[in-house]
Structures are given as structure tokens and as C-alpha cells.
Design a protein around this ligand. Structure first.
Ligand code: IFM
Length: 432
């Protein structure tokens, strides 16, 4: 289907009034990108169709570039409460993250150059205009007054997730536009004309990315969620009875905002999405700090917690979260399936098997697997399409098998060692 997106409840219920959120790009698109990339492409095109409105919206917010709405049905912002809505500037970087993954997985550079380039220019412009060089901290690039994925902290300075994702957005924009300039001079001229691109813009994006401030606390060895998060009092979980969850329905936001308490994976989501930017020790320390503070009051959380738990080898925890995610709608865990299914959690459930238990990652060149199966699972099997190669992955408690079902072949890696699947060597099996 062209010209339509996937609302956070799909077409299964009335909640959120059919509105689109980042659920589509961050939670659902990975599944679509690897299993039916034409739909993923259509969804990105659908966002591209909203670019003019996003340009207008940036003006409303006094910014350059484009600002995609946090919540929308027609391209206009429809959030009722700006602090947990509009202020989630990370939506821009989430869309670009999905675009980058789509292009790395499919090799569809035509889409990138024809539609993505413009989205990249405008989102990069937004970031470079929104942030500023702090006089107080070696001229680091700060981004103030934003809300990260965790809606239990709002309008904060230097949300680490946002800054990390914005950096990714800026660098991808710079790299793509430089490539267009070199390889497609005519298209480059057209884009420059359409977007009024200035030759200094690209350098400005790169410099903002280099100088991007990423909060880090030496004593704890973790990335604070934002400038003040770790200074707050911790939420009194011991004396909070189960019927008081979700907290947002039982406490005033101001009470929640002044505590270390997390609605949904925030920095922990960055540990997954941008995992190559963290050492394994950093991932572990951060996860161990944030996980006990996370209520999972949002259905977008447990799938990510499961993936990161698996990444750091906490398999019992990973399985516990996986069950929670799998039964979100099947078992009506959140108690609101009547209002519609949780599409993000469904996409997240697919992700936790593939990225979590199979330990899959894809840097655009090699499809890597690092399988760890919880003891309760006998076997998992799934298929992925990567650059026109269809591969089947089967993992049980003793072995992992990778088979090329279609295509000319691709590089895979199993537990850090690289192999080639090809027409003459279609299957690889390994003992675990
Ligand atoms: O997009 C989400 C948000 O992250 C948490 N509240 C619900 C929204 C729609 O699913």
C-alpha cells in the first residue's frame, strides 16, 4: 500500500485515533525491512510525503530545516501535551535511523538519493540549528529542552539517546550528500536548488557531530540519561504497590519527573540501536543501572530490555521480558488489548528473537550472528532478506545453521568469524 503509514495500533483499535508515532520506524520497520522491504520503502516514502509539513512545523518552532511531528495523522503535530509529545525531537533521528538501516539492508541507494537526501538535509539542519556550542564545556554541542523516549522525564537537557541519535543523523546526512555530490552531480545540483543547500552546511553538520556532548559519569561508568537524571532521588519502588502502575495514571507528572524512574527503555534503547558505539562493559554497566529503574509502563519497553539483557548474557531476564512482550496482546498483559494491539511490541517481539536471541547485527557488509538461546527455547527459526539474498537461520540448543535460499550469496559471521554463503556453498552449520 502506498501513501499510508502504520498507526501505533495498526487497524486493530481506536486508541491513539489512528495516529502515527516512532513506533513505525523504530519498532516495526526492522521486521519489514528484512522481510518485505517494499513495504518499508513505502513507509519511508510516506514520511517523505510529509516533509513539506515538517518544514513548516520547524518554522513554527523557530527552527531551520524540518521537524517531523511526534504524533500525527496528516503530517501536522497532534500531541495534546507538548512535554511528552512535541518535545520528542528524537523522532527526526528515528526516521533517519530507519532510512539508514533500510538502505544498508536493501542497497536501495536510488531511494536514498531521490528521497532520502532531502530528508537528511532538512533533519540535519534542524539538529545543527537546535543545538548550540556551550561556552562552559570545551565548546561541546549541547541539545537542550527535549524529551527522550522515556516519558517519565520531560523537557531535559542533553538526553543521551537524543544526542547519540542526532549525531548518527548528522553524520549520515553529511556522508550521503557528499556521495551524491561526487557520484550524481546533476542530482546534486537539483537538490542544492530545491533545498538552498549552502556549501558550509555539510561542514557544520560534521562539526556538530564531532562536538556532540554525550553525557558520561566517570564514577558510575555509565551514560546519564540526561544532565540531571542521576542527581534525582530514586523512586521508592519497594513501597509502590502493584496497583499503582502504570505510574502515569496514579501520580502527577511533576511527582514522577523529579525521580529516577523510567517508563520505557531510553538509554537502554540506544545501547541496542547504536550498539557498535559502546563497549560490552559499557553496555553491561548501563543496563544494570537503568534496568531496575524501568517500570515497563510502556509496551515499547520490555522487548528492548529483553534484547539488551541477552546482549549482556542475562538470559533468564531476557526470557522473562520476552514472554512479557510476546504475551502483550495474546495474554492481554497491559489489560487494554480491547483498545487495539500494540504494534510496536509485535515488531519488538520479532526483534528480540532476531537481534536478541540470535544476536543478529548488520553493518551493511556482513550479517553477524552471536546466538544465545534461553534454556526454555528448543529452537528458533526465521528468514531474512539482505541485498536480495534470502537466508534462513535455524538455532537450537546445540547448533546454528545458516542457509542461502535465494540470491548470489553474502558474507555472514558466526560468533565473530566470517564465512561466505554462496551458490556453491549454500549452508553453514556450527556447534554452539
Ligand atoms: O510512541 C509511543 C510512546 O513511545 C509511548 N506512549 C505510546 C506511544 C504510541 O504507542
Amino acid at each position: 500500500v502506498e501513501g499510508a503509514g502504520v498507526p501505533s495500533k495498526g487497524l486493530t483499535g481506536q486508541a491513539y485515533e489512528g495516529h502515527y508515532f516512532w513506533d513505525m520506524e523504530i519498532y516495526l520497520m526492522p521486521f519489514l525491512t528484512y522481510t518485505d522491504s517494499l513495504i518499508a520503502r513505502n513507509l519511508l516514502k510516506f514520511r517523505y510525503g510529509m516533509l513539506d509539513k515538517a518544514r513548516d512545523y520547524a518554522k513554527t518552532l523557530n527552527q531551520k530545516g524540518a521537524m517531523f511531528p511526534w504524533r500525527t495523522i496528516n503530517g501536522e503535530e497532534a500531541s495534546a501535551y507538548y512535554a511528552a509529545g512535541t518535545a520528542q525531537y528524537h523522532i527526526n533521528a528515528d526516521i533517519i535511523y530507519a532510512l539508514k538501516k533500510y538502505v544498508n539492508t536493501t542497497g536501495d541507494t536510488d531511494f536514498l538519493y531521490e528521497f532520502g537526501a532531502e530528508m537528511l538535509i532538512e533533519t540535519a539542519r534542524l539538529w545543527s540549528d537546535l543545538g548550540f556550542y556551550s561556552e562552559r564545556n570545551g565548546k561541546k554541542f549541547y541539545i537542550h529542552s527535549v524529551t527522550g523516549p522515556d516519558e517519565y522525564s520531560a523537557v531535559v537537557n542533553n538526553n543521551a539517546y537524543t544526542n547519540l541519535m542526532a549525531r548518527n543523523n548528522l553524520l549520515f546526512a553529511a556522508k550521503t550528500i557528499e556521495t551524491v555530490k561526487k557520484r550524481k552531480p546533476n542530482l546534486y545540483k537539483k537538490i542544492v536548488h530545491k533545498t538552498n543547500l549552502d556549501s558550509n552546511d555539510i561542514d557544520a553538520w560534521k562539526y556538530a557531530a564531532i562536538q556532540m556532548f554525550i553525557p558520561y559519569d566517570d564514577d558510575l561508568g555509565i551514560h546519564p540519561q540526561d544532565d540531571v537524571f542521576i542527581n534525582k532521588d530514586k523512586w521508592d519502588f519497594v513501597n509502590t504497590p502493584i496497583e499503582k502502575y502504570p505510574l502515569l495514571l496514579n501520580y502527577h507528572p511533576l511527582v514522577i519527573y523529579r525521580h529516577q524512574v523510567i517508563k520505557q527503555a531510553d538509554l537502554v534503547l540506544a545501547l541496542f540501536l547504536l550498539s557498535s558505539e559502546f563497549s560490552q562493559d559499557e553496555i553491561k554497566r548501563n543496563f544494570e543501572y537503568y534496568d531496575p529503574l524501568t517500570t515497563g509502563d510502556s509496551s515499547l519497553s520490555v522487548c528492548i530490555q529483553s534484547i539488551v539483557a541477552a546482549k549482556v548474557g542475562l538470559m533468564d531476564k531476557a526470557m522473562e521480558y520476552a514472554k512479557h512482550s510476546l504475551f502483550m496482546d495474546l495474554g492481554d498483559i497491559a489489560g487494554n488489548a480491547k483498545d487495539g494491539c500494540h504494534i510496536a511490541s509485535m515488531g519488538g517481539t520479532w526483534m528480540l528473537f532476531v537481534f536478541g536471541f540470535a544476536g543478529f547485527s548488520n553493518n551493511g557488509k556482513v550479517a553477524s550472528f552471536n546466538p544465545k538461546l534461553p534454556k526454555e527455547l528448543e529452537k528458533i527459526t526465521f528468514q531474512l532478506t539482505i541485498k536480495k539474498n534470502l537466508i534462513q537461520v535455524e538455532i537450537d540448543q546445540k547448533k546454528a545453521k545458516y542457509s542461502l535460499k535465494k540470491g548470489n550469496g553474502l558474507e555472514i559471521s558466526h560468533k565473530g568469524k566470517e564465512y561466505k554463503l554462496s551458490q556453491t556453498n549454500k549452508t553453514k552449520s556450527f556447534k554452539i
